[in-house]
Design a protein around this ligand. Sequence first.
Ligand SMILES: O=C(O)[C@H](O)[C@@H](O)[C@H](O)[C@H](O)COP(=O)(O)O
Ligand code: SF4
Length: 600
Amino acid sequence: MNPIISEITQRIAQRSKATRQQYLQRIEQQLARGKSRAHLSCGNLAHTVATCCPAQKKTILDFTTINVGIVSAYNDMLSAHAPYLDYPAQIKQVLSELGHSAQVAAGVPAMCDGITQGQEGMDLSLFSRDLIAQATAIGLSHNTFDATLLLGICDKIAPGQLMGALVFGHLPTAFVPSGPMSTGISNKEKVAIRQQYAAGKLGKEALQEMENAAYHSNGTCTFYGTANTNQLVFEAMGLMLPGSAFVPVNSPLRPLLTELVSKQMIKISHNGSDFRPLAKVVDEKSLVNGLVALLASGGSTNHTMHMVAVARAAGFIINWDDFAELSNVVPLLAKVYPNGPADVNEFHQAGGVPLLLKRLAERGLLHLDATPIYGTMQDYFAQPTLVDGKIVYQQVNETADPNVIAPAGCEFSAQGGLKVVDGNLGRGVIKISAVAPEHRKITAPAIVFEDQEDVVKAYKQGQLQQNAVIVVRNSGPAARGMPELHQLMPILGNLMEQGLQVALVTDGRLSGASGKVPSIIHVSPESYKGGPLAYLQSGDMIEIDAEAGILRCLTDLQQRSAVKIDLSADYQLSGRELFSLFRKNVSSAEQGATILYQED
Ligand SMILES: O=C(O)[C@H](O)[C@@H](O)[C@H](O)[C@H](O)COP(=O)(O)O
Ligand code: SF4
């Protein structure tokens, strides 16, 4: 075991001693109550089984059986979640054939960030994570369940479901992924056509045709964004079956994996032979395994918030120093777009999550004594394969594509994909693995904007034709829900291709799919709450050195006063009217940008 990984793990456990203890006490309290259905009145139970067929009624009213609560994020809006329409029926069938049962405990809302990218709805996106955690808890609070299955993949949904399920950490819990869509067009071609459109060299019809070719059917989008980062990180944490994250959506393995994970719930339930409640699976070791896999794969920058919030839901307090120190010892072992040209289908074909985990274990970077929902962590080095219509797990030994997953003993970079930067403008993060080395250092005058739309207008008016650090402030959690500014990437990419030195600095977010433009994001404290970005003016000299972790203003700001703007117009329309409580109570990006855990 790498001693630095051990030390960081122990430090997290030590820092979290009190909060983890409080969490485990609550779990013990719920466990001490025994079978939760046994506490329900006859009326409660009648309502519980009212919609069930006679056989299911009998099963659920028999307290020796297992009733699995399904929390589904199905809707027709997310290509990744649309396949979930039929999953509950299959899960119920599998369990009833074994004398057990399952019920849909809750449907949770799911926003597609691809649809709201650059739109008003994006201002609700980050807040929806906590709301999904609450919705998950509402479903499970019926207290008629002995285990939980989570049907959710995308950005804020899977982290939110996990945060909600952790409150019911006395129940064995697993994710049921649905898998990526087949590869449409290459990400390289997608980005090129978007940049041509942004430069006015292409019409809307051609752009629409390309976009439709990129996102063409059911299944998760195939870039390595936040959704697929959720899948990889949660598989590394042992929260789903081994090798199940990126099995294609239409693979014959999919229904077999759903069947296997449903059966696994019986095995690891309180009645089963190997009780593994969620609170036991998510400990400091599985958390660090998740962080290590995140960094080794160049995962989404959004996880510098989601993992903080998920950890806190399990009683752990992690911070960006943990990310930074882990990133110094965890190498980049996978290159998946935006960190390289390959998509998650090619990553899976190259050996996928199992091979990545095996490589990390060989380097002593994984806790092999963590407690996954299935077998041991050694089992997570195997891919599920189809043999005579059945799942057979086969260990993965070598990369099928050395440009996607590094061969044994090799690495793409000595450091992980995410970097924390610090200085007199605050603390932020950058996905350094997606930025070419020649673009990781820039000193240039700031051009300050209060809104991402103003950057688009300035570009169209030819006002950005210079070396510049584009500062987009008032985009933090309390300001306007910390939207992703992903629509700026084609514009800034064009400026880079003109040979200009440009970078983005913002207290907002980017998509996990954002790449190549040097971007310091999540800058905390946010400008809307008086953070240093509020004191900047266009023309101030900004220095960025991503590798050294530096973000600083070289102009003296001592005599400046903070610029405060009126955002009330941004609090209306598209549902934003309903989220003032979130804006007023959300914590900083470094504390996970959550309303659920307010650390003093
Ligand atoms: O964090 C993320 O990964 C993003 O929010 C992702 O979910 C979103 O769907 C992409 O930004 C859309 O990608 P394009 O806009 O590039 O199609
Ligand atoms: S990956 Fe993003 S764009 Fe694709 S379905 Fe999920 S949220 Fe929507």
